[in-house]
Design a protein around this ligand. Structure first.
Ligand code: MG
Length: 264
């Protein structure tokens, strides 16, 4: 009977018999279990000076899709489909607290994503309350945006953290008001035909050109005080920017572009 079973199915069956179904808890092995989620006693990543802020945005590669160029926010909308009501002036877009998150009108899977952002020149609030926003890959996996310049908070929630899972390797933050950048290389999770997760999402991030995550695995979606397991979702989903709703959370963006890394 086995001769009627095709190669990949047979291999899958043998793997299943040998190991059982992949357990979601196996994912994110690179999360350091020595520390509780949001552990305030976890050592602060060491500070690295990334050099001075660039005066103008980085040039955009020719095969990139521009999501924001400093003036045109038409690649974005609020969740209810409304036009973006964040402030757009002088070559940047600024979160207007209380107006809600914005999502791309297009959906993306594996990508290289570039974002230039700045926190308010005059900081207010402490810890998570100082210039909080976030970049949510596929609408559910957050790379944290925060003013982490002389602003300690739990390391898995500081700027460039994979929120609640991975602190950045170092703190490469620039001063409030300075333009900063994230280069994010994102590999989406893979699900089998039954919707079970078979490969975790992985991410590499450079903060102001400094490596802060190298191919770390995610345990599942990011969340506050929890690490929920993967749930099946489409291969392509919008990118979301967070309105954290505090008066001190007026983060600015001046350049956002994305390169599709999905095979065709
Ligand atoms: Mg956030």
């Amino acid at each position: 009977m086995l001769r009627y079973v095709t190669g990949p199915v047979l291999t899958g069956l043998m793997v299943l018999l040998a190991t059982g179904p992949a357990a979601a808890s196996d994912f994110g092995r690179s999360v350091d279990d020595e520390w509780e989620i949001h552990d305030p006693d976890r050592p602060q990543p060491s500070v690295v000076d990334p050099g001075s802020a660039p005066e103008v945005p980085r040039p955009v590669p020719s095969d990139a899709m521009v999501l924001f160029d400093g003036s045109d926010a038409s690649a974005w909308e609020h969740r209810n489909g409304d036009e973006v009501s964040w402030k757009i002036e002088d070559g940047y877009m600024e979160v207007v607290p209380g107006t809600g998150d914005i999502v791309t009108t297009d959906a993306f899977g594996d990508v290289q994503l570039y974002v230039e952002w700045a926190t308010p020149e005059t900081p207010a609030g402490d810890g998570q309350a100082r210039a909080n926003s976030g970049i949510f890959l596929m609408d559910r996996y957050e790379v944290q945006l925060l003013d982490s310049y002389n602003n300690p908070t739990y390391p898995d929630g500081q700027a460039a953290a994979v929120y609640g899972q991975h602190p950045p390797l170092v703190n490469a933050s620039r001063a409030p008001g300075d333009w900063q950048s994230f280069d994010i290389i994102w590999t989406r999770p893979r699900f089998d035909d039954n919707g079970a997760p078979i490969e975790p999402a992985r991410v590499t991030v450079f903060h102001n050109g400094v490596l802060v995550h190298h191919e770390v695995e995610l345990t599942g979606p990011t969340a506050h005080q929890s690490r929920p397991p993967y749930e099946f979702h489409p291969d392509r989903l919008p990118i979301r920017l967070q309105d954290h709703r505090g008066e001190a959370d007026k983060i600015r963006f001046r350049s956002i572009w994305v390169r599709n890394l999905e095979k065709h």
